[in-house]
Design a protein around this ligand. Structure first.
Ligand code: EPZ
Length: 420
């Protein structure tokens, strides 16, 4: 197991290129199950999660090849299996994404029910109810979600409550091959959902309303293979923007989509960052004192829950009291105790964190608990006085490609070491 050793404080300077989005790549990989030949997906981030998802697809019988951030996936080389086993799903919740495509492609899917995560329960009831709205019989059997539709899926109507990225993607992937029309309401509008829809339209699907809360889908008999390039990772870009907020400096981000980042840019400007465009670069600069903020996470185009930990690391050094409420995952605060080990002062109450800013953080040994929490600890470690050791960095490898090398290139004193 690896750890990061970080010696602070350092400021950050230079250019960084943003990779493809993990949370866009995973549903696209599942959608390749729907195509009638070899899909080619480029700009795929090389992460533990994408490699893991590839392993699941190969387990199902798909031919796969991954090199130079390009994935070739072919579901037609042999008859697809319909079971996503516990041993794979327990390691990655996003495995649930094969539920809809397998049901649409094979009339049956059996997916181990994903468990909770570091910050609490993560239900999948909307995924199951959505498949039932498309005419499938769905039941739970010895820890598996078993869905069947021997006669094929049929168009239906479904409203997501609450808004769910994963369930919107899953039901959409079922509906595109269902007989007749489907109406989906209160859908997620995240850029990753829009990318999935656009890739499916490119493969011959009929979808209207992408980017809005209402999707209308006219089912088709078959889809061609997918051909698309994964959008830049807005959460990775947000993490590098927040790194400059926490540590100070001036960094130019290459290859990110500003329109996907607006809710994040707004909060970073409130914190005291100057964010501007310079040619194709998005530039972030922070030289002055950090300012307190009041943040509430919301589905897109609101402020993303996947950025609240990183912004909390910045708020820990602000001149005043900040408030962060996570309305999507009210218990997503596993990073709080670890930030407090670095000297932050944070109170948690009813899903809101109250952060009393301090003038400096102190380096200390800390433990990563999940992907975004670990990113926040790394950012705080770069600004802290002295040495910080972040253990269990496998959490961060799930969502960031070689983050320590890219931060070191910006001036951070960070290295990966084997942890005993
Ligand atoms: C996606 O998870 C992302 N994961 C998460 O990012 C992200 O935090 C989340 O969306 C919200 O933006 C991937 O894209 C792989 P949801 P997902 O279904 O789809 C409730 C990261 O750090 N809900 O939109 O699992 C749920 O409990 C990860 O990259 C139900 O009640 O999230 C939550 O409160 C972490 N029933 C809300 O909806 C369901 O069946 C939103 O969850 C499904 C969800």
């Amino acid at each position: 197991m690896d750890a990061f050793i970080i010696d602070g404080p350092t400021t950050l300077h230079g250019d960084v290129a943003i990779a493809g989005a993990k949370n866009a790549a995973l549903p696209l990989m599942a959608a390749a199950l729907l195509g009638n030949g070899e899909s080619v997906i480029t700009n795929v981030p090389d992460l533990a999660d994408t490699r893991f998802f590839l392993k699941l697809l190969e387990e199902l019988g798909m031919a796969g090849e991954f090199s130079n951030n390009t994935l070739r996936l072919d579901p037609t080389v042999r008859e697809l299996e319909t079971t996503a086993p516990y041993d794979i799903v327990r390691k990655m919740r996003a495995s649930i994404y094969v539920l809809g495509p397998l049901l649409a492609a094979r009339g049956e899917s059996r997916v181990s029910k994903p468990g909770g995560c570091a910050w609490g329960p993560r239900p999948v009831d909307l995924h199951m109810a959505g498949m039932m709205a498309l005419g499938a019989e769905v039941e739970e059997d010895h820890g598996y979600i078993v869905a069947r539709c021997p006669g094929g899926l049929k168009g239906g109507r479904f409203r997501f409550e609450p808004v769910s990225v994963g369930a919107t993607c899953n039901v959409l992937m079922g509906a595109v091959l269902a007989r007749g029309e489907t109406l989906l309401e209160n859908c997620a509008r995240e850029p990753e959902v829009v990318q999935l829809g656009e890739a499916l339209i490119g493969a011959g699907a009929h979808i209207e309303g992408l980017g809005t809360q209402t999707l209308q889908i006219q089912g088709v008999d078959s889809l061609s293979p997918l051909k698309c390039a994964v959008i830049p990772d807005r959460i990775e870009a947000g993490t590098f923007l927040a790194a400059v907020a926490v540590a100070g400096g001036r960094v130019r981000l290459a290859g990110c989509r500003q329109d996907h980042l607006e809710p994040i840019i707004g909060v970073l400007r409130d914190l005291g960052c100057v964010i501007s465009e310079e040619g194709d670069f998005l530039v972030v600069e922070r030289t002055g004192q950090l300012q307190p903020v009041k943040v509430e996470t919301q589905p897109f185009p609101g402020f993303p829950t996947d950025m609240q930990a990183q912004v909390m690391a910045a708020a820990a050094l602000a001149d005043g009291v900040s408030f962060i409420t996570d309305t999507i995952y009210p218990d997503r605060f596993t990073h709080v105790a670890e930030l407090e080990r670095l000297g932050a002062r944070i109170e948690l109450k009813n899903g809101t964190a109250t952060i009393m800013g301090v003038s400096e953080l102190q380096g200390a040994p800390v433990m990563a608990t999940d992907l975004r929490a670990s990113a926040a600890l790394v950012l705080a470690g770069i600004a802290a006085q002295g040495r910080t050791t972040v253990r269990r960095v496998y959490h961060i490898d799930r969502g960031y490609e070689r983050i320590e090398a890219r931060l070191a290139a910006l001036g951070a004193r960070i290295e990966r070491v084997k942890d005993s």
